[in-house]
Write a protein that binds this ligand. Structure first.
Ligand code: ADP
Ligand code: MG
Length: 344
C-alpha cells in the first residue's frame, strides 16, 4: 500500500487543570511538551491524574482551565473526532462479534463511509500491521499479539497525529505483556507517530518511553528519559516510586542510593562502612535481593530498612544469611542528593 502521509506531531499542555469538585483537583496546572514522533509514558500511582490528563487530550473530558496544543493548533475545545488524536483502550476493547476488518472499519462506518471504501481502507491498514491475511477472523480467533495489531489498525484508521493509550497492557498476563510492549514500541518507531501511553508500571514505562512523565497528586514530579529519571530522581517520591533505590536520611541530608550500588562485607572492627543486620534473603535468578536493617552507629536511623541487590555470582562467592552482621559502603558519587524540596 502507499505510505501514510507524515503524521508525527507534538503535543503541548499549558497550565492544564481538571477540577471535578471543589475539593478535588485531579490535574493541577501541568505544563508539558511532548516531542513529535516520540514515545511518552505518563507514569504514577493510581489516582494521580494520568487518565484524566489523557482523556482531556482525547477530548473525552472537558478541561477546567489551561490549553492543549497539537502541532501548535489549539485543540482544547474541539470535539474528540476533530482533534487528530485516537485512543487505544485496555485489553484493546475490540468488538467480539465483528471481524478484524469490520472492527478496523467501524469508525468509518459511523462516519457514513460506503462499505467498499471503508473495507478497502481497513484492509490496507491491516496489511500495514501484517494482519491482511487474517482480516476475516473475529477477535476470539486471534492471538493477543494479533488482537493488539487489529486494535492499532482500528485506532489508525482516522489518521491520527497522536495515539493515546490508557493502560493498554495491564489486563494481560505478564508474559504477553512483555511481548506486546516490544511490539508497541516497534510500531511506534515504524509509524513515526507520537504515542502517549498511561501506565502505573515503572518497568513498563522504562521499557517503552523516550520520555517519562512521573505524576503525583495531579502534578508532574519529573520529566526525563528513563535513564535520567532512574539515575537522578528529582524527588524522594520519584526515587521511591521508581523502586530500586534506598532513600536515606543522613547527616548530609536526604540521599538516594541504588540498591545495586551498595557493597557489602562481613562486619569488621575499624572499617568505616555502615553496620547492618541481614534479615531477609530473596533469590531472584540473576540477582539476590537482601533486606538489611541498619544498626546503631550507621550514618542514618538505626532500624531503618535498606535493600541491596547483589549479582548472583557475587552472592555465591560470599553468601549471607539472615542474622549476619555486615558493613555497607557505596561510592560517594553514587549517593544522589535531592535538590531542596520544593514548597508544596
Ligand atoms: P489515574 O488514571 O492516574 O489512576 P485518574 O485521572 O483516573 O487517575 O483520577 C484522578 C483523580 O480524579 C482521582 O482522585 C479520581 O478519583 C478523580 N476522578 C477521576 N474521574 C473522576 C470523575 N469522573 N468524577 C470525579 N472524580 C474523578
Ligand atoms: Mg487511569
Amino acid at each position: 500500500m502507499n505510505a501514510l502521509p507524515p503524521l508525527a506531531a507534538g503535543i503541548e499542555l499549558i497550565a492544564l487543570t481538571k477540577q471535578y469538585a471543589l475539593d478535588s483537583v485531579a490535574v493541577d496546572s501541568i505544563n508539558l511538551r511532548i516531542a513529535s514522533g516520540s514515545y511518552c509514558c505518563l507514569l504514577g500511582p493510581s489516582g494521580c491524574g494520568k487518565s484524566t490528563t489523557l482523556r482531556m487530550i482525547a477530548g473525552h473530558e472537558s478541561t477546567t482551565s489551561g490549553d492543549i496544543l497539537l502541532e501548535n493548533r489549539n485543540i482544547t475545545h474541539l470535539p474528540a473526532a476533530g482533534r487528530g488524536t485516537a485512543m487505544m483502550f485496555q485489553s484493546f476493547a475490540l468488538f467480539p462479534h465483528l471481524s478484524a476488518l469490520d472492527n478496523v472499519a467501524f469508525s468509518l462506518k459511523m462516519k457514513g463511509v460506503a462499505k467498499d471504501a471503508r473495507h478497502r481502507q481497513a484492509q490496507d491498514l491491516l496489511e500495514r500491521v501484517a494482519m491482511g491475511h487474517l482480516s476475516a477472523r473475529k477477535p476470539g480467533e486471534l492471538s493477543g499479539g494479533q488482537q493488539q495489531r487489529v486494535a492499532l489498525a482500528r485506532a489508525l484508521i482516522t489518521q491520527p497525529r497522536v495515539l493515546l493509550l490508557d493502560e493498554p497492557l495491564s489486563a494481560l498476563d505478564p508474559f504477553l505483556r512483555v511481548q506486546m510492549r516490544a511490539e508497541l514500541r516497534r510500531w511506534q518507531k515504524e509509524l513515526g507517530l507520537t504515542f502517549i501511553h498511561v501506565t502505573h508500571s515503572q518497568e513498563e514505562a522504562m521499557a517503552l518511553a523516550d520520555t517519562m512523565v512521573v505524576m503525583n497528586h495531579g502534578r508532574i514530579e519529573q520529566v526525563g528519559s528513563p535513564h535520567e529519571v532512574y539515575n537522578r530522581p528529582a524527588s524522594e517520591f520519584v526515587a521511591r516510586f521508581m523502586g530500586g533505590h534506598n532513600v536515606l536520611e543522613t547527616t548530609l541530608g536526604k540521599v538516594a542510593v541504588r540498591n545495586d550500588h551498595i557493597h557489602l562485607a562481613p562486619l569488621a572492627h575499624g572499617d568505616n562502612g555502615w553496620p547492618a543486620t541481614v534479615h531477609d534473603v530473596e533469590y531472584q535468578g540473576n540477582h539476590v535481593l537482601l533486606g538489611l536493617r541498619l544498626a546503631e552507629g550507621s550514618g542514618a536511623g538505626a532500624g531503618d530498612n535498606v535493600s541491596v541487590m547483589l549479582p548472583e555470582a557475587t552472592f555465591v562467592q560470599r553468601p549471607y544469611a539472615p542474622g549476619d552482621q555486615v558493613s555497607m559502603t557505596w561510592a560517594a558519587w553514587q549517593a544522589h542528593t535531592f535538590p531542596p524540596t520544593l514548597a508544596a
